[in-house]
Design a protein around this ligand. Structure first.
Ligand code: GLP
Length: 244
């Protein structure tokens, strides 16, 4: 879907999420969301907060799983995705504390495998992800699944590409402070979601959006693997659509 601006696109996706939440409320069932961080979903979260405050949308039946987190990182560090989610969404809505899950950047290395397997299990026990929200990195990464990530990969510890560390360096005081590792859901985890919505705004995303949608599906462009998902859409603004 192409919208005039990022705000228009974000509002449309927020409405889709609100509809799911209300349907599940009526059926007394949970709505399970997969959530992303970065600058891209900020308007979406602002709109969900607005729907909560102004239109009474409740998140009591909502369960969420975040895609990724830097490693290692303390949850209250300025750049942590744990902190990001609280500041942009969780602190402003009525989601019960036990209902949201964000990969933990403080797990000792030798425990990460077991931790990652437990994260996958929790998603399954919740009934699987109904709607997975994604952003896209300049190299086509989704979550922190860099080029070369296997289509069947699951939650795991990964090494960040240098280009990703550079792109995200603005969040840190200097490049050497950017973690070299991250914990991320895998491409396989994302592919299991019932519905996937990738958001992209701005002319700097136009090239990779085009490559992901119109190029062949290859693990060298992780977002292009979404062509193999049965219910995936890109919600983008006119600038990000410029090369299509
Ligand atoms: C980060 C995140 C991704 C995000 C991407 C794009 O590295 N791990 O989940 O989609 O970069 O970031 P932005 O939305 O700021 O362009």
């Amino acid at each position: 879907d192409i919208h005039p601006t990022a705000k228009d696109g974000s509002k449309a996706v927020a409405q889709e999420i609100a509809t799911l939440i209300r349907e599940r409320q009526a059926a007394k069932e949970p709505a399970v969301l997969g959530l992303a961080t970065g600058s891209t979903p900020k308007y979406l979260y602002a709109e969900l907060v607005r729907l909560h405050k102004e239109e009474g949308l409740s998140f009591k039946n909502v369960v969420t799983f975040n895609l990724d987190e830097y490693y290692p990182i303390e949850p209250d560090a300025l750049q942590s995705y744990n902190r990001f989610m609280k500041e942009h969404l969780f602190n402003h809505i009525d989601i019960p504390e036990g209902n949201y899950h964000i990969p933990d950047g403080t797990i000792p290395k030798e425990q990460i495998k077991a931790y990652a397997a437990a994260y996958e299990r929790k998603i399954e026990e919740a009934g699987g992800i109904d709607i997975q929200i994604l952003g896209i990195g300049n190299n086509g990464h989704i979550g922190f699944n860099e080029p070369g990530s296997n289509v069947n990969s699951h939650t795991r510890l990964v090494t960040l590409d240098n280009s990703t560390r550079l792109a995200n360096a603005y969040e840190f005081s200097n490049m050497s402070q950017v973690p070299r590792l991250a914990v991320t859901m895998g491409i396989g985890t994302i592919m299991k979601a019932k519905k996937v919505i990738l958001l992209a705004w701005g002319s700097h995303k136009a090239k990779i959006v085009c490559r992901s949608v119109e190029g062949h599906s290859t693990d060298q462009v992780p977002a292009s693997l979404l062509q193999q998902h049965s219910s995936c859409k890109f919600v983008i603004d006119e600038q990000a659509a410029a090369e299509l």
